[in-house]
Design a protein around this ligand. Structure first.
Ligand SMILES: [Zn+2]
Length: 347
């Protein structure tokens, strides 16, 4: 009886192995597993028969049965892994969107000027050693305000006219008013040194006019490291300005106030229309205001658990549409949202 059971076990094992090799899908594999491990399966039958053997027989066949079962278990796992990879690849292939199909004929479209500018700005900062970070456009009060040193009731909050979302507690969920919450998210999730830029869309309850939109894009930079000083900030802004606007276009900083930086500054660049001589665009000053910057306030570092005694850093940010407007001499920012083909085809 014992040798008969061994034969039966070998046959069942061989059959299961053949089945495994033939299984072409995960469903077939699962079905096969049900068959050979099920109550009516060959292995269970052998297992029941072992019960009727003497002690020696139980030991020998039982051990062989366990070994065969654990071998098969491994084979099933290996087969499953292979099939999973294959099915995922097939799924990706079937869902692939070939966007390149729209390229080729002149009227099929291209990236919007604002998107082109965003990518160009990213490239400049990538070249300077920054990486790109992103965050959600629907934010909470902590990331958009509180961690950035705007406590509840802080007067500076009112200068950001906020769209609130009816979700959770009142005035706790909002459309981000700036890209600065990404700074908080980056500092919460990674240890210094940090060199990131965060581009993206922001929202403010503003009446659109020639220089303001209710939905626009910003790009924000954050550096946190040991021994970072204000001169590093000034050097970074000037390097960026020359890399993006061209040699000879320098930046200057003027004192300003922002809750999340101390000291804070506005940065201005040499007017690229008159190269500093003074014209209509720069109101005869030779300079054009572009954005804000400053040394990260120690309160902000403390809020995210970074020791301000050990690390320091700077942040800067400016509007991408503003950059587009200045660089391409566009009088009214609202045309960027008009979808007028006469404008779009120029860029
Ligand atoms: Zn000018």
């Amino acid at each position: 009886v014992t040798s008969e059971l061994f034969d039966q076990l070998n046959r069942a094992t061989e059959e299961a192995k053949r089945g495994l090799a033939d299984a072409a899908t995960l469903d077939q594999l699962a079905e096969l597993e049900r068959v050979f491990s099920g109550k009516q399966g060959a292995f269970n039958e052998i297992s029941r028969a072992v019960g009727g053997l003497d002690v020696e027989g139980k030991k020998a066949v039982g051990a062989a049965l366990n070994a065969a079962r654990s071998d098969l278990k491994e084979l099933v796992a290996a087969r499953r892994a292979t099939l999973e990879v294959a099915e995922r690849a097939a799924k990706l292939e079937s869902e692939r969107l070939d966007l390149s199909e729209i390229v080729g004929t002149p009227n099929d479209g291209h990236l919007h000027l604002v998107t082109q500018t965003r990518y160009e700005l990213e490239d400049v900062f990538l070249g300077m050693g920054f990486t790109v970070a992103e965050g959600p456009e629907v934010e909470d009060d902590w990331h958009n305000f509180e961690a950035l040193n705007f406590p509840p009731g802080h007067p500076a909050r009112s200068s950001w006219d906020t769209f609130f979302v009816e979700l959770g507690n009142e005035e706790q969920v909002l459309l981000r008013t700036h890209t600065s919450p990404v700074q908080i998210r980056v500092m919460e999730s990674q240890k210094p040194p940090i060199y990131v830029v965060a581009p993206g869309q922001v929202y403010r309850r503003e009446t659109p006019d020639a220089r303001h939109l209710a939905v626009f894009n910003q790009i924000e930079g954050l550096v946190i490291d040991k021994g970072i000083s204000f001169s590093d900030l000034a050097g970074c802004i000037d390097t960026f300005t020359q890399a993006y606007f061209g040699p000879g276009i320098h930046a200057r900083l003027r004192p300003a106030f922002f809750p999340f930086t101390e000291p804070s500054a506005e940065f201005e660049v040499v007017c690229f229309f008159c190269k500093g001589d003074g014209c209509r665009t720069c109101s005869k000053t030779g300079w054009i205001e572009l954005g804000g910057c400053g040394m990260v306030d120690p309160n902000v570092l403390t809020a995210v658990g970074i020791d301000p005694e050990e690390y320091s850093g700077f942040a800067f940010g400016f509007g991408i549409e503003r950059c587009v407007q200045l660089r391409h001499d566009i009088d009214d920012m609202r045309v960027m949202l008009d979808n007028d083909i006469r404008l779009l085809t120029q860029f």
